[in-house]
Design a protein around this ligand. Structure first.
Ligand code: FES
Length: 138
């Protein structure tokens, strides 16, 4: 075997070794993007949301979710309504566009960030949309 044949043989072996690893790495990334928890999930009907301006769904796959309309343009926000201070359920105050906790007065902005203590951690938020009669979160 001369030097040229040896290098070709080593190169082909290296490609044969690395190609399956590269394919596996790409495949696992695609699987992560399509994980079930990333799919839109129905948590209620738009009729209930329209009637009350809010929708509280207690038994969703991600736990309790509160969806509120934040403006006349029907902007929607979805949060986990459990206050991060001690777990009371926050209420939406449309006049001030804030979530307010009735237990100790913590306040959260429309994007869940803390605006008034004693809570120090934000509310968890979800993407939300209406599809036909369904309210969906992600
Ligand atoms: S439980 Fe909400 S402020 Fe204490």
């Amino acid at each position: 075997m001369n030097r040229r044949n040896f290098l070709n043989w080593v190169g082909a072996g290296w490609i044969a070794t690395c190609l399956p690893i590269a394919i596996a790495a790409c495949s696992s990334k695609e699987t992560t993007q399509n994980a079930p928890d990333q799919k839109w999930q129905k948590i209620g009907s738009s009729n209930e949301l329209n009637a009350n301006g809010k929708l509280l769904a207690k038994n969703t796959p991600v736990g309790e979710v509160l969806v509120v309309k934040t403006s006349q343009q029907n902007d929607l926000v979805a949060v986990n309504p459990k206050c991060t201070h001690a777990g009371c359920t926050v209420e939406w105050k449309s006049d001030t566009n804030k979530f307010v906790c009735p237990c100790h007065g913590s306040e959260f902005s429309v994007d869940g960030k803390v605006q008034a203590a004693p809570a120090t951690a934000p509310l968890k938020t979800y993407a939300v949309k209406i599809d036909g009669d369904a309210v969906l979160i992600q």
